[in-house]
Design a protein around this ligand. Sequence first.
Ligand code: ZN
Length: 252
Amino acid sequence: MINFDTFYIRCPRCGSHLEGHLVRSELVNKSVLFSDGKTLNDNYITEPQKLIICPACSHWYWIEKYEEPVVSYEKPDATVYNWNHWRFFGVHFNNNQGKIALVNHYKKALEILNGDRDKELYIRRLMWWAFNDLVRNNYQRTLKYLMSGQMSFNVWRKNRMKLHEGRIIFRKFRDDYVANMRELLVLLKSRYTPDDEEYEASMLEIIELYREMGEYGEAQKILNTIPRRTHYIARIEREVKKKHDFVFLVVG
Ligand SMILES: [Zn+2]
């Protein structure tokens, strides 16, 4: 049983009510972390959705913080759009076309940003994750995964075909994927200084970006400046040494 808090957002243009959920972090059963930083709690992404497209009037708006009065925790006395209508712009994650549709939403968002660097950083990070979603579950392709009993043979086989298709699409979009990572790298480098709370996390993100771009020398150079070896850093370093550039499952 997943434990949510339910919230409601009101479209600033047409007044439609959107219903969504926040997983209560203290009640999470399973947390999954990937090398690009994407984290899932009970299968739900922990990063809040800041950019919303109203399912009723297609108005684009931004929510910086999920706090009152922008969001309300009281059910409105009106019809509400459920989460599937607007969560990640209503795309379906269970096929590769939905994942590409999500990338395209982010591309469009970048066109209308008006030079806001923090918003650009947020969008480019989510776009990076969206590209990686095409190959994120590659670990499920292995026989070892089938043997773990988490999928029946038929489900595993179908999933494997989908993952194979995802890899082909991922390769096709390689230039866009790398170009986005380069821009994200520039944004991260200019955004944080050692005095910032986010500095250390941004350094790890920079290492991971270099690794995924195939620039292992640059990734190793920064790794050499980090004295601590957490499980996460050790795993990244191992992949850098092997010259592997795919996103991978760190914990889960
Ligand atoms: Zn609206």
